[in-house]
Ligand binder design. Structure first.
Ligand code: NAP
Length: 316
């Protein structure tokens, strides 16, 4: 008997351009291929890469075959398990990575890209974990931070920066973080000594870390690498964002592409989040229909934590 699958709503883009190229429309629900599982999306989290792809900023590095649906970081309910060697069941609550397609009611992925979300952790919060933790963990490993060192994290209130601060907390590392003043109390709660970014940064750094910093992690860009270079050797700085840094001798971690992002990179943090021992703030929540507004906020750059988009029922 032929099974007719109802169409789904998605945000589709058919060309590069401003926010108005996002089209909220009905399209066929994807059918899992061999080795794939399908997820009914509850939330999709925004990452800067999406507005950069949509606008054409990355057209040379990541050319798109239109039409495309963006969105790489989701939480939701497993809806089809296919046949493959994995333990997922229909109805499992999961969070993790997809290879695009997340800005939609249903999305396909492979079992090694998603992890089970503990019952105590709402899917709304679980969606904020994967990308920030994966990036921060990879960056800290490449920066080779040791216990006893003082580390400066630029853009420490963002998803990547706040994950880095929390991963370092309790490791014997002293962390100084930059953020706008409104976020300083938040950084203290996470375990970092806050200072401002921009022109005020170096004077404030001299006050809170009179012996200097051993290493610097740049999660905020905007001239940070040039500012800190006179104080920290280039090989003790790492950026996740500044494409001009390598010309100054400072390495950038670009990380794996969406095809190589796996659940092993964040799985262990989900139980910590369920136990309130790790959190990424939710900066704002939008319905899928208003993805353009969410991307505008993401592009603007001043928010604490993660912007998320609600796709399924908010109580999932
Ligand atoms: N290389 C990789 O593998 C990789 C992976 C993921 C993400 N990224 C990149 O990493 C960066 C951080 O990502 P994210 O998800 O944490 O969110 P994001 O949107 O880039 O960061 C938001 C944070 O940027 C801070 N910020 C604004 N102006 C700043 C300035 N002049 N100096 C320093 N910080 C400033 C804001 O802090 P205030 O609110 O305190 O102003 C806000 O908390 C993004 O550029 C993203 O594209 C790279």
């Amino acid at each position: 008997m032929r099974c007719i699958i109802a169409p789904m709503f998605a945000q589709v883009i058919s060309r590069y351009g401003d926010h108005d190229v996002l089209e909220y429309t009905e399209i066929p629900t994807p059918t899992p291929g061999p080795g794939e599982i399908r997820i009914r999306v509850a939330y999709v989290a925004l990452n800067a890469i999406e507005w950069k792809i949509r606008s054409g900023l990355l057209a040379d590095i990541l050319p798109q075959n239109f039409p495309v649906i963006l969105g790489n970081e989701i939480s939701g309910i497993v809806d089809h398990v296919g046949d493959g060697d994995h333990d997922f069941r229909v109805g499992d609550r999961v969070a993790g990575f997809v290879r695009g397609g997340g800005d939609a009611e249903y999305v396909l992925t492979t079992p090694n890209r998603v992890a089970i979300v503990p019952d105590e952790l709402p899917l709304r919060n679980a969606v904020t974990i994967p990308q920030g933790v994966e990036t921060a963990r990879r960056a800290l490993a490449e920066l080779a931070v040791s216990a006893g060192e003082t580390v400066l994290v630029n853009g420490a209130a963002g998803a990547v920066g706040s994950a880095a601060v929390q991963l370092l907390a309790g490791s014997g590392t002293k962390v100084v973080g930059t953020a706008r003043p409104e976020n300083h109390a938040y950084l203290r709660r996470l375990g970092a000594t806050p200072i401002e970014y921009g022109d005020a940064m170096l004077d404030q750094l001299a006050t809170v870390a009179p012996d200097g910093v051993d290493r610097a992690l740049d999660c905020g860009g905007r001239g940070f690498v040039r500012r800190i270079l006179p104080l920290v050797p280039a090989n003790r700085i790492l950026t996740v964002v500044d494409l001009d840094a390598p010309a100054l001798g400072v390495p950038i971690t670009m990380g794996p592409g969406p095809l190589e992002l796996f659940a092993d990179s964040f799985r262990d943090v989900l139980p910590r989040a369920a136990a309130n021992e790790f959190a990424t703030e939710i900066a704002a929540e939008f319905p899928l229909r208003e993805l353009a507004e969410a991307q505008k906020m993401n592009e603007h750059g001043h928010f604490r934590g993660k912007i998320i988009v609600r796709v399924g029922a908010p109580d999932q």
